[in-house]
Design a protein around this ligand. Structure first.
Ligand code: B4P
Length: 192
């Protein structure tokens, strides 16, 4: 199964991807996690990304693509993957299409977790209290939501127009949303 998870910050992508990887037995590739690991390691890339992420901005397409190519060159993604956090703009969507074609792993589903903005803000505020993530402060959250609307929403439209999009209601308990995703990607289900 080759699954791309789309959705606004706080929509539950990372949360659901962790569960889906157990269920589908494929690795979870999160560009946010890959970047946070670079920041934690204090690498050159991490030092470059740290301030950009904390401010809620997107790290450069070039860095992201290099990181993703590197990750997909590892053998564990050969049997499928759950990609979370990428693509976030149309240039990344285009790069992803070419990368997956080159490695012979076309995506099976692009699943969007649909959650209203008020709830996104509420969830991220909850995580800010629980985890203190650097980019979960109100100013960065506003920025991330603005970027989502201006740059990532067109990606969703792009997949919709290409008949590759499956929209899943992301409001509900973790189990409810998980079940909806599993049903949406069941083999007999048509995308559209
Ligand atoms: P990400 O790590 O992708 O962060 P995110 O969009 O906030 O989503 P995340 O997966 O963490 O949160 P989730 O919705 O699961 O990106 C962070 C930053 O990295 C970006 O801002 C950017 O700077 C950089 N970056 C990453 N990818 C990039 C790219 N491709 N290009 C450029 N830059 C990139 O969960 C949020 C909260 O909601 C959690 O606390 C969770 O417990 C809660 N929650 C989830 N589901 C719930 C439910 N059903 N009910 C109640 N609460 C729920």
């Amino acid at each position: 199964m080759r699954l791309v998870l789309l959705g606004a910050p706080g929509s539950g992508k990372g949360t659901q991807a962790s569960r889906l990887k157990e269920h589908l037995q494929v690795p979870h590739v999160s560009t946010g996690d890959l970047l946070r690991a670079e920041v934690a390691a204090g690498s050159k890339l991490g030092l470059e990304a740290k301030g950009i992420m904390a401010a809620g901005n997107l790290v450069s397409d070039e860095i992201l693509l290099g990181m993703l190519e590197d990750r997909f060159s590892r053998p564990d993604t050969g049997g499928g993957f759950i990609l979370d956090g990428y693509p976030r703009n149309l240039a990344q969507a285009d790069a992803l299409g070419r990368l997956l074609q080159r490695i012979g792993q076309p995506m099976d589903f692009a699943v969007q977790l649909d959650v209203p903005t008020e709830l996104l803000v509420e969830r991220i505020a909850g995580r800010a209290q629980a985890e203190g993530r650097a980019d979960d402060n109100p100013e960065s959250v506003r920025k991330r939501l603005d970027i989502y609307t201006s740059q990532t929403a067109p990606v969703i439209e792009f997949y919709r127009q290409h008949g590759q999009l499956t929209v899943v209601d992301g409001v509900g308990s973790l189990d409810e949303v998980f079940t909806r995703i599993i049903e949406a990607i069941a083999p007999s289900r048509d995308v559209g």
